[in-house]
Design a protein around this ligand. Structure first.
Ligand code: NAP
Ligand code: GCO
Length: 261
């Protein structure tokens, strides 16, 4: 039976280093902040280094250990170079949160292949590219690690006009299982988080649309949008020893959306 002190130690990330992609703002910054508060050192990635520097400064001002790594997650060479730079600085990534993602809303009959590809590259392929670099090092070090991919309600169901996003997030669910199939034996736990409709910049147009806002509120039994900080708990859980025997799962943080008819 765990005593209170032991149970809190389960979620302690002290001594761990986490790389969070797309961490300058939105859910990525929340994950970075939450893992930092749980004791982890954070490598924040984003594609725009200006905003990234501000977010790193916010965490360090709060007494946390954080550094920025500006690179485009869709650029395989840039990802490799970023990990090489971390190697050179002696930074060993124990936890990866593949959070970077974009949305592009258009009916498929009007959708350009370039736009399809950009969403797939950012939301799915980048998770493979970043996790591959991390897993190579985790396996070589022999002390395991955590890979957390970011899915969505669209990992389970589709809505019109977001086909590439839906295909990517469905792929994230199965890629996470593929990572488990190959890496669990190295004590690497690969799981995913599936946020519902959350109040971030990605959804500004939807939040401001009265009909869509009403649909979101009527489609989940909590009757509201999720708040970014409500994703922190599951991120710390899947980053910690508390989830060492969980692999290949996707944990939905959706107000009960997927649980009801
Ligand atoms: P967001 O507010 O649009 O933030 C996305 C972040 O990813 C931004 O900081 C963005 O950088 C960064 N990014 C985009 N492309 C990148 C690239 N190529 N390389 C590196 N960083 C890149 O989105 P969010 O709502 O926080 O969503 C974050 C993740 O959660 C996404 O994967 C999204 O699909 C997923 N998700 C969100 C919701 C939701 O309701 N919000 C629900 C389910 C899943 P810039 O600032 O430079 O643009
Ligand atoms: C959309 C939204 C959704 C949410 C999220 C739901 O256009 O429907 O952007 O995709 O962001 O993925 O889980």
């Amino acid at each position: 039976m765990l005593s209170n002190s032991n149970s809190s130690a389960l979620f302690d990330l002290t001594g761990r280093t986490a790389l969070v992609t797309g961490a300058a703002r939105g859910l990525g910054y929340c994950y970075a902040q939450g893992l930092a508060q749980a004791g982890a050192s954070i490598v924040l990635n984003d594609v725009r280094d200006g905003l990234l520097a501000e977010s790193v400064a916010k965490l360090t001002a709060g007494g946390h250990c954080a550094r920025g790594a500006a690179f485009d997650v869709t650029d395989e060479d840039a990802v490799a170079a970023a990990f090489a730079a971390l190697d050179a600085d002696g930074v060993e990534v124990d936890i990866v949160i593949n959070n970077a993602g974009i949305q592009f809303r258009k009916p498929m009959v009007d959708l350009a292949l370039a736009d399809w590809q950009r969403v797939i590259d950012t939301n799915l392929t980048s998770a493979f590219v970043v996790a591959r670099e991390a897993a190579r090092r985790m396996i070589a070090r022999g002390r395991g690690g955590k890979i957390i991919n970011i899915g969505s309600l669209t990992s389970e169901g589709a809505r019109a006009t977001v086909a590439p996003y839906t295909a990517a997030k469905g792929g994230i669910k199965m890629l996470t299982r593929a990572m488990s199939a190959e890496w669990a034996r190295f004590n690497i736990q690969s799981n995913a988080i599936g946020p519902g409709y959350i109040l971030t910049d990605m959804n500004t147009a939807l939040i401001d649309d009265e009909k869509f806002d009403a649909w979101v509120k009527s489609s989940n039994p909590s009757g509201r949008w999720g708040r970014p900080e409500e994703l922190i708990g599951v991120a710390v859980f899947l980053s910690s020893a508390a989830s060492d025997y969980i692999n290949g799962q996707i944990v939905y943080v959706d107000g009960g959306w997927l649980a009801v008819l």
